[in-house]
Write a protein that binds this ligand. Sequence first.
Ligand code: URP
Ligand code: ZN
Ligand code: ZN
Length: 545
Amino acid sequence: MMAELRFTLPWRKLVFGVQPVNLFSVIVCLLVIFPISESEQVSGFCGAAYGESEGCSYSSKLLIKGGTVVNAHHQELADVYVEDGIIVSVQPNINVGDDVKVIDATGKYVMPGGIDPHTHLETHFIYSDTVDDFFTGQAAALAGGTTMNINFAMPINGSLTAGFEDFAKKAKKSCMDYGFHMAITKWDEVVAKEMEIMVEKGINSFKFFLAYKPALMINDELLIRGMRKCKSLGALPMVHAENGDAIEEAAQMMIDLGITGPEGHALSRPPVLEGEATARAIRLAAFVNTPLYVVHVMSIDAMEEIARARQAGQRVIGEPIGAGLVLEESGIFDPDFTTAAKYLMSPPIRKAGHDKALQAALSTGVLQLVGSDHCSFNSTQKALGIDDFRKIPNGVNGIEERMHVVWDSMVESGLITPSDYVRITSTECARIFNIYPRKGAILAGSDADIIVLNPNASFEISAATQHRNSDTNAFEGISGKGKVEVTIAGGRVVWEGDELKVVPGSGRYIEMPPFSYLFNGIDKADAAYLSSLNAPVQRVKAVVA
Ligand code: URP
Ligand code: ZN
Ligand code: ZN
């Protein structure tokens, strides 16, 4: 079986298949040459597997020398030695032989590669298929310093097993490690049983949509049942928190008012509807006594509900996304449809002020980790809703931009330290999804997923230079300090000197076991609750005369 690799060289464009670790197939497949359109181009790839051709050499031994190694709780000047995809040693002045590739990190930060907890690669989402597949999306991620993503797998006609198989097949072309969340869109005994199978297959989180009526939205009854099932499996329930019923009504109101453009989307999904659904999900999670993960927290309203719950001791995780941290609502009011539509996502990007409040919440631990919610559509797909904003595919990009915009807006600005940065872009995600310290750390024994970030170099974001499949970019024109100069994924240098060297099929599926730290003590709280009931009350039966 061959995966497809899109590969652009200055002198020709190629699409060919590569079967890693099989030189014969590489040579054979190189013979298949035909042009691809400009919009499909993904530039800068090295089309070789595991050191098989010039320019793509893969050394299994690496030394990252002289950098500041940053973990979530500590930073130190140290070298990092890697062998066969694993970090072997982290200490000052490591001496190595000539067979080791040495990367000079003097004056730079050496950090765990980013883990993006929220992506939608190769996903059919209501009206359209997202434009980035597992290869193009992950290649872009690697260029931006992310070395693992957790993608939302979608059921097929409600079947989790069919959905899992579909996504497992699509992910075979991965060039970095990945895991899955699974969405729950209907409820019956089969789905409940399939959730058990999903956990056996390495999925430890399930997403419930409280919006997107009628395609995906579930009601409170299903949410409660789903949360109970999650809890029994040690799996984390996740919610897309917006009030879908109110949105439907508000959207119709906008259309009736003649507001058919992208701004109608933002106007029909105000922060109060995000706050309401967040509060409801939090209270239902408290009722069930389960941890809860709120995806794409976009507003102060939702963030404050999370803050209140956490202050009261409830285990609620809040995930803002790159777009929510650095963009603001005015984009969707742009007079140019293509420009406005590229900012359209749910919940919407909010007015200025929400972005800074979300950053502050991350800096103080009220919110815990940053995702991208990378759900990218090109301008042709967005134009499906040119006459009716309800038909514009929902989603923005961010898989390639997340690490840069968070560094610039939060570390470079002085709001957080490099250690905080590692925590919110990598370590906390690994802990929540129970793969720490294999992922999310620069420690002996951890996977060699590493980035070298130069705090003195600059980045600039543009659709013209991005490494993925779209003609637009919601972060267009944003520039800043702090550039990921080297990315190492599974011990391979995949991004260096502004050049990608990625191999389809080299990414591994990472099973995520249930019962993360978030479940510690839940059983004790349940027992305490039961013993606090003082019921049933023993009553002497009254004698009726
Ligand atoms: O608009 C968005 N967020 N699209 C992706 C799907 C989702 O709701 O996460
Ligand atoms: Zn969502
Ligand atoms: Zn999403």
